[in-house]
Unconditional design. Structure first.
Ligand SMILES: C[S@@+](CC[C@H](N)C(=O)[O-])C[C@H]1O[C@@H](n2cnc3c(N)ncnc32)[C@H](O)[C@@H]1O
Length: 239
């Protein structure tokens, strides 16, 4: 039975690759890597370069930044077809993904496609360290303690009203997929008096990592790309 490993390769620092991920990647001779139009050099590839053998082939699979479900379905189906085709010849291959593969990742849609159209392919998912775990660690910031609750909020896919509700109802909120909505996010945090209770890490784990603990200083909208903001709401403390 041909097998595909869906491997989470962590947020950026190659040292945050799990031993399991390393062991599998080392013995693969074919690895699929997602590539978006924005991420032309594929950051994912840079993380695994030191681990894989020189003979390993990396095949890039293009995923557009589109929101159009039909367009996306077409790309996911093509990616699944390419993987299935390769697995006619090879017994196993891997698909790498930043952070954890089951957290807002392209791998999830690939998983759906492969299960539906190629059920003979065995799938094994290898978890990875998420970008928000790396963000909290960079700041030595406890995410949740005692009876506190954590929300993970993808900014780009939700309204600002929903953002306000979530921020008000959870002790800790992780904001992901901020993209070009950074200004609006900062305005909401200001309005809820949470600006002083938030920090942002861009490109966590990469050499370009930037941590900002004073969000009022952020002026460039572009800083929202590949960034996580963690907000601790002091009005929601357990006591
Ligand atoms: C498509 S999701 C992928 C999430 C990923 N699977 C994870 O487990 O963290 C992309 C979002 O993850 C966050 N992200 C991923 N890698 C990051 C990094 N190295 N530093 C900061 N944020 C990152 C950003 O919020 C970005 O918009």
């Amino acid at each position: 039975m041909p097998k595909l490993y869906g491997i989470g390769i962590g947020p950026g620092d190659p040292e945050l690759l799990t031993v399991k991920a390393q062991n599998i990647l080392k013995r693969m001779d074919l690895i699929f890597a997602p590539q978006s139009y924005i991420d032309k050099d594929s950051r994912a590839e840079s993380i695994i370069r030191g681990v894989i053998s020189q003979d390993t082939e990396i095949r890039r699979l293009l995923f557009p930044m589109s929101r159009d479900k039909q367009v996306l379905n077409q790309f996911w189906r093509q990616a699944a077809d390419q993987i299935a085709e390769a697995l006619k010849i090879k017994a196993e291959a891997a698909f790498i993904t930043l952070g954890d593969p089951l957290t807002y990742s392209t791998y999830i849609y690939l998983l759906y496609m492969l299960k539906e159209h190629y059920p003979h392919i065995q799938l094994e998912t290898v978890p990875g360290i998420t970008s928000y775990a790396a963000t909290a660690a960079a700041a030595n910031l406890p995410m949740v303690e005692g009876g506190e609750c954590l929300a993970i909020f993808p900014v780009a896919r939700n309204s600002h009203q929903r953002l306000k509700n979530v921020l008000q109802h959870f002790e800790t909120t992780v904001l992901m997929k901020i993209g070009n909505n950074l200004t609006q996010v900062l305005e909401v945090l200001q309005e809820l008096k949470l600006l002083d209770h938030a920090l942002m890490v861009s490109q966590a784990g990469f050499t370009q990592q930037i941590m900002e603990v004073d969000l009022s200083r952020i002026k460039e909208e572009s800083r929202g790309y590949l960034a996580v903001i963690i907000v601790k709401n002091p009005h929601k403390s357990e006591s």
